[in-house]
Write a protein that binds this ligand. Structure first.
Ligand code: TYD
Ligand code: MG
Length: 434
């Protein structure tokens, strides 16, 4: 018999009350004898790659195009999905609509709701015209009871709303705490894998991402989707952040209205409705989300300071990008905005992560500073610290999308070329002062 340290794995032929290798005060534990030379060991099964047929993953479309697009075609058997988003953004509504669509096509969906009563869900379903008999409701917060019901029903999808409000009975900690969220999710993931039933977990995230939940589950699930948008505004973006069965970074767009989430077939047209470029401080940014071009309006307002400390208020993109653009404008284009209040926002409540947003931010800032409107102008490009403007991916698609909606002037480095911030501003009709 050999003995082994539980802490560092050090092996010893003799038992000892501590570990001589790592100094752990715990006694060495008995370890099974290592197989002697010549003992047959189990050999992992090896198959040639082309024989696996990974492209043949069966998928069941949920029947809502914008959702299926983000899922990469539909639900995969045994897959686990995390649908995250801020409270009130529309996660429950979206999943109720998914359940309704599957049930409408003859499927069954178990909707386990630990946040709302069955009457509340039924009321909403009735209002949305989704009261199909294939949607089965359970107002339940005990994760094992949910798994047991799902195991008996073997539906086409299980929805757990939300992972922060269900709990495993014998695990310590309050629902929503790290231990409970992890354990509840682990049991549901295990059920999905072993039964082949896809499971969707709803998770609330706050703006600063502080709540235990979605973030810590991202690695445990197969697919991570985030629903975002301004809760007060209509547009909602369903973003795929991870997908073990398809391309990530796909986006689906919806408008929240009286009858739930409606698919938006022409998101750029939707976002640009009513825009004419006649206000100073406004420019069009053809962003690319996934591979899909999407026109958004970037607005800036530069105004005299109202307090000792100049204000920097940024919505819809990283504050650091705006600080950097301000510094570059100061150094390389002679626009000195350090002692002004500066507001920058992406209209529509979307979060832009595309690095090409730098140049539109610069253009909008200078347009507001000079109080000079731009007309229908689109801009994209990443601004570097030495005042260069670098090309970003999909320049052609950006230009085409802007042109499609009548935004005639495009300011941005062509192809893989480089530009300078001064030249780019000149082309937007905003020549630097000196
Ligand atoms: P909900 O799906 O409950 O959000 P979450 O589950 O992410 O917390 O959506 C709540 C909001 O959506 C609520 O403010 C009301 C609004 N809403 C509509 O505007 N129209 C509708 O048809 C529905 C069902 C909800
Ligand atoms: Mg909800």
């Amino acid at each position: 018999m050999r003995y082994r340290c539980d802490t560092c794995g050090h092996g010893s032929p003799k038992w000892m009350g501590f570990c001589p290798a790592c100094g752990s005060p715990a006694a060495l534990a008995e370890a099974p004898e290592a197989p002697a030379r010549g003992t047959p060991v189990r050999v992992a099964r090896v198959v040639p790659l082309p024989a696996v047929g990974g492209d043949a993953v069966p998928r069941r479309p949920v029947g809502i195009d914008e959702v299926d697009r983000v899922l990469g075609g539909g639900l995969v058997p045994g897959a686990t999905l995390l649908v995250g988003g801020e409270p009130g953004v529309g996660k429950s509504t979206l999943l109720l609509q998914v359940a309704g669509a599957l049930a409408g096509a003859g499927g069954t969906v178990l909707l386990a709701t630990a946040e709302e009563s069955t009457a509340q869900v039924a009321l909403r379903a009735g209002r949305l015209g989704l009261a199909h008999p294939g949607v089965l409701l359970a107002a339940e917060s005990d994760v094992d009871a949910i798994v047991a019901a799902a195991d008996r029903l073997r539906p086409d999808l299980v929805v757990v709303d939300s992972v922060q409000t269900v709990a495993a009975a014998e695990v310590d900690g309050t629902p929503g705490g790290v231990a409970q969220v992890r354990e509840a999710a682990a049991r549901l993931v295990h059920f999905a894998k072993q039964s082949g039933v896809p499971v969707a977990l709803v998770g609330h995230v706050t703006k600063d991402g502080s709540i235990a939940g979605p973030r810590l589950l991202e690695h445990a699930v197969d697919v991570v989707l985030y629903l975002e948008g301004d809760v007060e505004r209509g547009l909602r973006l369903l973003r795929g952040l991870k997908n073990r069965f398809g391309a990530t970074h796909q986006v689906g767009l919806f408008e929240m209205g009286d009858s739930g989430l409606r698919e938006v077939p022409d998101p750029s047209g939707f976002l640009m409705a009513g825009w004419d470029g006649e206000a100073p401080g406004s420019v069009v940014f053809p962003s690319v989300d996934g591979r899909r071009p999407l026109l958004v309006e970037v607005q800036a307002l530069v105004s005299p300071v109202v307090s000792a400390q100049p204000r920097r208020s940024v919505r819809g993109l990283e504050v650091a990008r705006v600080h950097q653009v301000l510094a570059v404008l100061d150094r390389h284009a002679d626009f000195h905005l350090a002692d002004r209040d500066v507001y920058v926002s992406v209209v529509g409540g979307l979060q832009v992560r595309d690095p090409g947003v730098d140049l539109p931010v610069a253009v909008a800032l200078v347009s507001s500073f000079l109080n000079r409107p731009l007309g229908p102008t689109a801009a994209w490009g990443e601004v570097g610290l030495t005042g260069e403007v670098r090309a970003v991916a999909y320049g052609d698609r950006r230009a085409a999308e802007a042109a499609r909606l009548g935004v005639a002037v495009a300011v941005g480095p062509a192809g893989n070329g480089e530009d300078r911030i001064r030249r780019a501003l000149c082309r937007a009709g905003l020549p630097p002062a000196s």
